[in-house]
Design a protein around this ligand. Structure first.
Ligand SMILES: Cc1cc2nc3c(=O)[nH]c(=O)nc-3n(C[C@H](O)[C@H](O)[C@H](O)COP(=O)(O)O)c2cc1C
Length: 166
């Protein structure tokens, strides 16, 4: 049977949503999985999914609340499923910046120690200041999203779900 996948995103300004859409696209097109994509805040029933991918932006050291709440809300059911997690995002892929963001994500994941994701990753973030209010609209724009890395990660988790026959 085709595995069912949910890709849930928690995004304030859309850049995480775009990454979630890219992941969903890779899972659909290259791995032929049945994929639903949904705003994390609107996810209420995960019973039919074999794999749940949860992604969220990091803000002031914290993973987006909608991503954290999704893990909390479904912690018991998620413990029996495959879970993959991503967060974004540093303004460059400099090792120390990615490590700092990773620490922030790990802190959030520590709240649900019973969950053992099959994959956890930090992607570079992006900021379009004109979509922000003062004073954040004065910040420099950046886009550190590495689409090859996003694509590669989606293939990696798909491979864990549907092992290629020898
Ligand atoms: C006010 C502000 C605070 C941020 N804080 C963090 C942070 O603590 N850690 C991090 O890795 N990225 C941080 N970022 C970068 C965002 O996570 C990045 O822009 C991300 O792509 C935003 O996702 P969204 O567009 O889906 O909301 C911050 C960005 C802004 C504007």
């Amino acid at each position: 049977m085709t595995p069912n996948v949910l890709v849930a995103y928690a995004s304030k300004h859309g850049t995480t949503r775009e990454v979630a859409e890219s992941i969903a696209g890779t899972l659909r097109e290259f791995s032929r999985l049945a994929v639903q994509i949904e705003d994390a805040a609107l996810v209420h029933d995960i019973s039919r999914y074999d794999l749940v991918v949860v992604g969220g932006g990091l803000y002031m050291g914290k993973w987006h609340a909608d991503a954290r709440h999704l893990l909390q809300r479904h912690r018991h059911e998620l413990a029996g499923k495959r879970l993959a997690v991503f967060a974004m995002g540093p303004d460059s892929l400099e090792e120390s910046k990615v490590a700092e963001s990773r620490k922030q994500l790990e802190r959030a994941l520590a709240a649900t120690p019973e969950l053992e994701p099959i994959a956890v990753v930090i992607f570079g973030g992006a900021l379009t200041p004109e979509t922000w209010r003062f004073p954040f609209n004065r910040l420099p724009a950046f886009d550190a999203r590495d689409w090859d890395a996003v694509h590669g990660w989606a293939e990696e988790i798909a491979a864990k779900l549907t092992p290629v026959a020898a």
